[in-house]
Ligand binder design. Sequence first.
Ligand code: FAD
Length: 288
Amino acid sequence: MKIREIFKEKKLTISFEIFPPKTSSTIESIYDSIETLASLKPDFISVTYGAGGSNSKLTLNIASIVENKYQVNSLAHLTCVGASQYSIDETLKFMQENNIENVLALRGDIPKDFAGELFKDFSHASDLIYYIKDKTNMCVGGACYPEGHVESLSENMDIKNLKLKALAGSDFFITQLFFDNSFIYKMEDKLNLLDVDIPIIAGIMPITNKKQIMRMAELSGCSIPEKLGRILNKYEYNPDALRDAGIIYACEQILDLITSNKIKGIHIYTMNKPEIAKRILNNISTLR
Ligand code: FAD
C-alpha cells in the first residue's frame, strides 16, 4: 500500500528503518530482525541504500522480502549520486515488479572513494523525486533536516531547497535524527510560511552507545541537548543503563511530538535492534 494512502486512514503512522548488513555472513540476522519488527505491525519498514549504488541489490531484495514475505509495506531508499537514468530505470523496474510502491528519493552522501562521475543525470534529490513521479505512480518521499542539512549555507536556503522537493511532487518527508523537538516545530513553521504543507514523519534515534551517537551527531550536524549530554556522560560505561535511558528519552520525545499534533508519523531508526523498537512501541501503544 502507498504511504500517502495510509495517511488517509491513520492519524499517526509508526514505522521502522533497517539497513542491509555489511557482510553476507550476517545476512541471516536481518531476517530475524524483520520477523520481530513485522510482528509489531508497523505501517511500513524502510530499507537504506548505499550511496553510489553499493549494496543496492541487497536493499532491493530486503525491501522485497519485507513486502512480499512479511506482507508489510516497504519503503526502499534510493540515492542518485553517481546514478544514470538507465540505472534508476532498472531499479524502479525491479521495485515495480516486486510490488514495492514506496521510495525515499535521496541525493545520498558523497562516497569518499567514488571513482565515477558524481552527478550524471541528477544533481539533487528534487531531480530524482521529479523523475520518479513523472515516470511512475509510486509514492515518493524525501529527506528533511530539522537543524538544516550540513552542507547548507543557511537554514533559510535549506528550507527553500526543501520546497523544491515539495514542488517536485514529494508525498511526504522523513526527518534526519534530532534530539530537540523545537527544531522540527520551527522547520514546520518555516515550511508553512512558504505554503508547503506536506506530511512530516519524525525520525527518532534511540541512543544505545555514546561514541556512535557523537559520531552521528558530528556527521549530520545534529545538536546534543544538555539533558541528553548528561545521560551520555553518566551512563557511558553502563550499556544496560544507557539503553534504558535512551528508550526513556526517545519515548519522551515521541510523547511530545504526538501531543503537538504537528507530525504525521514516527519513524524509529532501529539500527537493526528490534528489541529496542519493541520496548518503545510497548510504551507508546495507547498514545496514538
Ligand atoms: P538534497 O535534497 O539534494 O540536498 C543536499 C544538499 O543540497 C542540501 O544542502 C540542500 O540544501 C542542497 N540543495 C538541494 N537542492 C538544491 C538546489 N536545487 N540547488 C542548490 N542546492 C540544493 N543516505 C544514503 O546514502 N542512503 C540512505 O539510505 C539514506 N537514507 C536517509 C534517510 C533519511 C530519512 C535522511 C534524512 C537521510 C538519509 N540519507 C541516506 C542521507 C542523505 O543522503 C544525505 O543527508 C545527503 O547528504 C543529502 O541527501 P538529500 O536527499 O537530502 O539531498
